[in-house]
Design a protein around this ligand. Structure first.
Ligand SMILES: Nc1ncnc2c1ncn2[C@@H]1O[C@H](COP(=O)(O)OP(=O)(O)O)[C@@H](O)[C@H]1O
Ligand SMILES: [Mg+2]
Length: 359
């Protein structure tokens, strides 16, 4: 190594480390023009003082769903006063009360009184205010599957979208965001008929698209010469193998941090390799942290022989845990909802049966 390759203590490889953080909204949001167009179309009536059209953004993790909504909402805040955009992540706000409290806060600019006001009271004040201000609202409910899990999704949707019956205010639109759209079939009839969203699909990025996006990120985030073209390809391939753009963005940052630690002026292959190993490991940990003991056991059983029929997995699961079929079905549903497994119906000798694979 030559002396000029060595990084001084106070030097850094990052032009702007911020571009690698989860909340960063990219300046140029590439390869999502048609989805952005559809989102804007749904909002349009809201800009004319009517109710926005409901929509459901769905597709695998890391395909830009959250970013697309936040991108459009940021622009909306700058350009329109008539339509109020409110983003809510249901993982953080999983109850009807917490959701309405968030909306209340966004509209009235103050938190709701903490003296245990009932939900009805909150809604009454909220909708009265919106009517008075003569405004429409669009609510994005991200990670909507959480509300299915809590079994309060019907209630939240109906409360939001049927406000005209009780409060004479009907200028609400809802944008749901989640991985799978077939969960819609689980809504009760009333919720389905008031929500009835237009579907906006986010497919996985192809290799070329991943490359474009990561190259841009590197350009904004690193100084020139930090990442060689050939090494970018290595990162792109690793990203595609995990099927989630987040892996690529984290890899860029982590590799650069490792390079800095070695006082190296550029990222080297070994930095990427090491970063990939530790990120894969923490991804696995993250996944299993959110699962219960039984859920983890079933996931392990399935990953040992994916593609077998549901009955087989149930037998193995019962051997290990003693759990019954009801419990088993619940867990299958939850793993499927989280996008960890997929089930497909097959016609078998004895009627319909499910095949289960990892996703
Ligand atoms: N088209 C894109 N252009 C630039 N960055 C993107 C694009 N799509 C996704 N990203 C980035 O990838 C990461 C994951 O995107 P996100 O919107 O959180 O995915 P999802 O909500 O579908 O799981 C974020 O860091 C986001 O900035
Ligand atoms: Mg998301």
């Amino acid at each position: 190594m030559k002396a000029r390759d060595l990084l001084m203590d106070e030097e850094t490889l990052f032009r702007d480390e911020n571009v690698f953080t989860p909340n960063y909204i990219p300046e140029d949001f590439m390869h999502r023009d048609s989805q952005l167009e559809e989102i804007k179309l749904s909002l349009k009536p809201g800009l004319r003082g009517m109710n926005p059209v409901n929509a459901l953004l769905h597709g695998p993790p890391g395909t830009g769903k959250t970013t697309a909504i936040r991108f459009v909402f940021e622009n909306l805040k700058k350009t329109s006063g008539r339509l109020i955009p409110i983003y809510i992540n249901c993982e953080d706000f999983p109850t009807p009360y917490s959701i309405f409290a968030r909306i209340y806060e966004a509209v009235l600019g103050v938190s709701p009184p903490s003296t245990g006001k009932p939900l009805e009271d909150l809604k009454e004040r909220l909708f009265r205010q919106l009517k008075k201000e003569d405004k429409s609202i669009i609510i994005a409910l991200d990670e909507l599957d959480r509300l299915f899990l809590e079994k309060n999704v019907d209630r939240v949707l109906v409360d939001l979208l049927k406000a005209h019956v009780t409060y004479d205010y009907d200028r609400v639109g809802v944008m749901g965001i989640m991985i799978r759209d077939d969960l819609m079939a689980e809504l009760d009839e009333k919720a389905r008929s008031v929500f009835n969203p237009g579907r906006i699909f986010f497919p996985r990025y192809g290799l070329g698209e991943i490359r474009d996006i990561l190259a841009n990120r590197a350009r904004y985030g690193f100084y020139e010469g930090v990442l060689e073209e050939g090494l970018l390809d290595d990162i792109v391939n690793k990203t595609q193998s995990k099927g989630d753009l987040r892996m690529g963005i984290n890899l860029l940052r982590r590799s650069a941090l490792l390079a800095e630690r070695d006082a190296s002026r550029r990222i080297e292959k070994r930095h990427i390799k090491k970063a990939f190993e530790s990120l894969s490991e923490s991804m696995r940990e993250e996944l299993s942290k959110n699962l219960s003991g039984e859920e983890r056991i079933l996931l392990n059983i399935i990953s040992e022989s994916p593609g077998r029929m549901s009955g087989y997995f149930f037998m193995r699961f019962r051997e290990k845990t003693g759990a019954g079929v009801k419990k088993y079905n619940e867990i299958v549903k939850k793993l499927e909802r989280q996008g960890l497994i997929r089930t497909d119906y097959r016609k078998g000798i004895r009627g319909r049966s499910r095949e289960i694979v990892l996703s």
